[in-house]
Structures are given as structure tokens and as C-alpha cells.
Design a protein around this ligand. Sequence first.
Ligand code: ATP
Ligand code: MG
Length: 432
Amino acid sequence: MSEQLKAVKGMNDILPPESARWEWFEATVRRVMQRYAYQNVRTPLVEPTPLFVRGLGEVTDIVEKEMYSFEDKLNGDLLTLRPEGTAGVVRAVNEHSLLYDGPKRLFYVGAMFRHERPQKGRYRQFHQVGVEALGFPGPDLDVEVILMARALWRELGLSDVRLEINSLGQPAERLAHRAALIAYFEAHADQLDEDARRRLHSNPLRILDTKNPTMQALVEAAPKLIDHLGEASLAHLEGVKAALTAVGQPFTINPRLVRGMDYYNLTVFEWVTDRLGSQGTVCAGGRYDGLIEQIGGKPAPAVGWGLGIERVLALLEDSGATVPTVVPDVYAVVPDAAALPQVIATLELLRAQGVTVQMHAGGKDGQGSFKSQFKKADASGARHALIFGADELAQGMVTVKPLRDAAAAQVQRPLAELASWGAGLRAPGAEA
Ligand code: ATP
Ligand code: MG
């Protein structure tokens, strides 16, 4: 036997029964997006490398060390598997002039790729839901997207996520803060780790985001960007705070909250949980008014977020949430293989009524005993078994046996009425 092939490290298969959880989650996401009138976009998994270098910034974790970049062997193009969704969406919006007739509210669901050290909540292929509201300048939209995440937590039955917000101000304010930050860290150079020393002059703001425990006290006492904000930036932040307060959404201001990408300004936020260890950020985002122009589009403000699906699902699992399982309505017991053509035709009519049907499929040695077919019917979780016995079929009848209700008796029904019986099963208010 040849060597067994395995999936790439940090990239996971999502298989049943786990995949049911994903499908349920994604259906919930689409429902919430619809309520807020956000439209779906699907962009390629591969983009030109310069899109991310220009869009995210050269001195970012992603661009420095996490991108799967390669040269197209056939034409030498430099390509990258998308590490995040925003840059691609903005590229598409520019390329197709999507904002020509006004702002747009968009969302996506899909795989992202980052070469990180795999651990719980951190993978090399992972999946995000993202929303991007493009063309809206005001804090009302910052709050709208924040509340969409809250709606999702509610719909999923999650309560252990809290909201942290901050403002990164405008570029000029960041520059003033940057100078103060460099002076402060230079004065404490002996306490900086290697990463921080490297970033001191290239991207000092990112030092605040360090996960190194020995630097926490130093970073805690560093100059705060919020103290360098001008009137307009403060007013924007106040707008966000007022609306959050009005809708009863608690939040904390976290002055150390900076985002991994360079493109953010003004409002940034994270939804975090204490239940997932150091991978506790389940959803993160903010305003990125400069990005559209930075990658060659007509300037327009924008705000959005990205959510890590694996982390939300882990949180759901940790909080013991039960996912509605899908079981067949009907399991078809077919004792005699000769009846199969007729049975298959009948089951198609049932499925056309929306009924979930699992047909017993025989093995090499035929259909299997009546008893073993019943065992399988029971194990399938189906509500009813349909027994297509040869004698009954000859009389145009089929036996319907309830499997989940011991008190209910089995009855014979005419085959001709089976489709309308099935329609009744799926009707609103039909007993589950
Ligand atoms: P972290 O600080 O945890 O590395 P990040 O700032 O790099 O996160 P973003 O780029 O903002 O993350 O992505 C948005 C969300 O996507 C994160 O909050 C997280 O839930 C999820 N996420 C990011 N990277 C990964 C990964 N490698 N595996 C699983 N989920 C991820
Ligand atoms: Mg990261």
C-alpha cells in the first residue's frame, strides 16, 4: 500500500456531524445579514500580492510573515491566498465601480489563509464572516455593524462576549501619538522584546498589541492615542458611545486596542470572550476610510468587521449550545429489491413535497433482513418508517409506522395519497 496522504498542517476537514454545526451557523448568519439588508459578495481566494502589501501595510504580522504567496509558474505573476477579506472586497468594489450609485452594504463568508503556528482557535486555513459598509461616513454605521454582531450572538444563543472599543483617530493625530510613543519606548528600551525593538520606528502602535506577558506593564503605562484625538475624532467616538448606550449595549474603552492592519482609523472594536484562552477575539473590525483610495479607488469612507467562524463555533461548543440536528422525516424499508424501481419513483414524489427521505440501500447480499432494516430506520432518527412490502405494493398500499411515538399505531395508506401525506408532514404546525 502506498503512503497515506494527509491534509496540510493547520488546514482542517469539516466533516459530519461537525459540518451540521457549520451549516446551521451559516444559515443563521445569512438570516441576520438579510435583516440588516446586507448583500452577499464572493471574491476570488487568490489575489495579486501587491493588493495585500499595499492594503494591509508592509509592517504587519500578515504581510511580514503570514501570507501564502507564490509565483504563478506559467506567467510569473505574484499571487497570494487571501489572508483576510476586506482588501479583496474593496478591490472588487473599485474595479466594478460599485459605489457609483451610492453606498453599499456587503457581507461575505469564506476561507482565509495565514501561515501561523496552528493551535486551538488559530489555523492556517480558517473561515471568516465579514461585513463591509462602504460609502458611509458617520458613527451610525459603526454602531450598525457592531449591532449586527450582537444580533448574531443573540440568534446563536451566545452571551459570553463583550464589546471593547477604541478610536485610532486620523492619520495626523496618530502621527503626534506616534512621536510620543517612540519617545516613551526609547526611554524604556531595555524592557522591549525583539519584536518591539524592530517595530519601534516602523510601526510603534503595534507594540501596544503585543502578546508578550513581560511587556504588559510597560505597554499599560504608554501614552494613549485617545489623549491625542482632536475635536472631530472625539465627536465621532462620542457618537458611537451615545448610540451604544441608547441601545443598551455595554462596552469598555480599551485604549490599547489597535488592529493588526494599517488601514483602520477612528472607531475600532473587538468582541471578546474569556472562554477561549488567548484566542479570545471572536470578531474584530473598525473604520477604514483611507483604504479605498490607498488601493487606487475614488476616496470613500467605510467600516466593517471580520469574525472567526472556528472561534465562534468553539465558543458555542464550550457554552453547551445545542445545534438543531437534521434527521430524515422518513426512512424507507424495502424488503424486496424487485420493488426498488417503484419505490424510488414514489420517494421522488415525497421529496418533491420537501420531505427528507432516506432510502434503505442493500449490500452485496441483497436488501438485508427486515429486522436489520428496522434497526437502521431507528438509528437514522427518522420520524416514520415507510414499509414497502411486496404484497402491499401489489395492492397499491404502503405501511406507515411512526418510530418516535410508541403510542401511535402503524397504518396502511394508498400509495396514491402518499405525496399529500408527505405535504402534511412539512406543513407549518405539523407535529415534530
Ligand atoms: P489575532 O490577534 O488573534 O491574531 P487578528 O487581529 O490577526 O487576530 P483579524 O485579522 O482581525 O485577526 O481577523 C478577524 C478575526 O478572524 C479574528 O478576530 C479571529 O476571530 C479570526 N482569526 C484571525 N486569524 C485566525 C486564524 N489564524 N485562525 C482562526 N481564526 C482567526
Ligand atoms: Mg493575527
